[in-house]
Design a protein around this ligand. Structure first.
Ligand SMILES: Cc1cc2nc3c(=O)[nH]c(=O)nc-3n(C[C@H](O)[C@H](O)[C@H](O)COP(=O)(O)OP(=O)(O)OC[C@H]3O[C@@H](n4cnc5c(N)ncnc54)[C@H](O)[C@@H]3O)c2cc1C
Length: 402
């Protein structure tokens, strides 16, 4: 082992990178030092909502006994890297320890975005990103109380469902005119809202949080919306989007993307040939990706570069999504919003059956560009694989076939 890789951040993507590098490093050239700010090593953040329903934190951990026992790896939990000194090829932790590197991978993920509303920092307000967040929410929940989830996207709906299972009266407040505004269109979003309401939750779209109201003890007692509605609540959970954690960039003299994130090329390289960024903190060609699958592809690519294998450039990420909670099946893929010029839409609406399906087709109706499925996502894998290809059957047959 004559080369040291330092990885900053120990989330899902860093974990994939470390596993892949160690598995491929048959000549044992690399020593890996990983710093994670959270008190746990990497865990399955995607299954975090399960912790509101009783999944233990230990069940989420991704590290295996073999990895923890691997003499090539040094893992620092509860340790934030405070500075990157590229000139001396060194990182400094918040505790002042210095570690040299031959290669550095930044995998610092994202933080939850909290809209700047008055009272948004009151006791009883939470973000929804880490095991700590979820454990604190669970410990603070009082069954029968009201809870407001700010954000009606994938994360907000997961949070809302978790709060409902904890016995809270749950309201979802979404600024956009529909739920899951990035993935769904109008009819799909409105069917989903009906289904969510049918599960006992209150859904309000097209309205924002005006302020969080505090009681005499300073804690949350209600929220006021921009339309004047007041919702009683002892808890507010912000699930209104994320921002890449690029705070190390300025001190390190590394450029960031137009919306933040360490700016990297299609091989996840920064302007420094010894420094890469992967996962949600990486702005690949200027754009960050908030799903794990693109992050895993970046990790694979950087591991290949460190192993001197041929790396796959990161292009055309698969941004398809499938909602996995609430017992509601929702999927969207490709150009779900029909943004392509001249695109045609073919939809089958069956609200009584709780089903909506739409295909987006090229202007000549021959090529599948994307789609939305609510209520039944059985055709999802087949349809997603067809994106960019000529339709093998009529749109109607594709949607109706079991
Ligand atoms: C509840 C929930 C459900 C989700 N569901 C899905 C889903 O269904 N499908 C999907 O694709 N994605 C989902 N996601 C998103 C997915 O979890 C992320 O895309 C993925 O975790 C990104 O991995 P990452 O390693 O880039 O970042 P992270 O997992 O955020 O890890 C980054 C780590 O770096 C640490 N860190 C940051 N700065 C420093 C520093 N200076 N020093 C040391 N450590 C640092 C952070 O504390 C963190 O632990 C979900 C997310 C949440 C919160």
């Amino acid at each position: 082992m004559n080369r040291t890789l330092v990885v900053v951040g120990h989330g899902m993507v860093a974990h994939r990178l470390v596993e892949r590098l160690l598995a491929g490093d048959t000549h044992r050239r690399w020593r890996v030092v990983v710093f994670g700010e959270e008190p746990w090593p990497a865990y399955d953040r995607i299954r975090l909502s399960g912790c509101l329903e009783g999944t233990g934190a230990a069940e989420l951990l991704l590290t295996t006994p073999a990895l923890l026992a691997d003499s090539r790896v040094e893992m620092w939990t509860g340790t934030r890297v405070a500075e990157v000194d590229r000139e001396h090829r060194m990182v400094r932790t918040e505790h002042g320890e210095r570690h040299l590197y031959d290669a550095l991978v930044l995998a610092t993920g994202s933080r939850a975005f909290v809209p700047p509303v008055p009272g948004g920092d009151a006791p009883g307000c939470f973000t929804y990103r880490t095991l700590d967040d979820v454990e604190t929410i669970r410990a603070s929940a009082t069954p029968g109380d009201g809870a407001v989830v700010v954000g009606g996207g994938l994360l907000g709906l997961e949070a809302a469902n978790g709060l409902r299972t904890l016995g809270l009266r749950t309201h979802v407040v979404e600024l956009a005119p529909r739920l899951m505004p990035i993935q769904l269109d109008g009819p799909g979003g409105s069917l989903l809202a009906d289904i969510v309401r049918g599960r006992g939750m209150d859904v309000r779209c097209g309205v924002a949080l005006e302020r969080v109201d505090r009681g005499a003890d300073g804690r949350v007692v209600s929220v006021t919306l921009t339309d004047g509605t007041v919702l009683d609540a002892s808890m507010v959970v912000f699930a209104a989007g994320v921002r890449p954690r690029d705070e190390l960039a300025a001190g390190a003299g590394l450029p960031v993307g137009p919306r933040g994130g360490f700016l990297v090329d299609e091989l996840c390289r920064t302007t420094d040939p010894r420094v890469w960024a992967v996962g949600e903190c990486a702005a690949v060609a200027g754009r960050c990706h908030g799903l794990v699958a693109p992050g895993y592809r970046m990790a694979e690519s950087v591991a290949a570069q460190l192993l001197r294998e041929t790396p796959a450039p990161f292009r055309d990420p698969d941004l398809s999504t499938r909602l996995k909670l609430l017992g509601v099946q929702v999927a969207s893929f490709g150009d779900a919003q029909a943004d392509t010029e001249g695109a045609l839409e073919y939809a089958v609406e069956e609200p009584p059956a709780g089903r909506y399906a739409k295909l987006v087709l090229s202007g000549d109706g021959r090529v599948l560009l994307g789609g939305v499925l609510v209520g039944d996502t059985e055709p999802f894998p087949r349809l997603r694989a067809l994106v960019g290809h000529r339709l093998p059957a009529s749109a109607d047959a594709l949607l109706r076939r079991g």
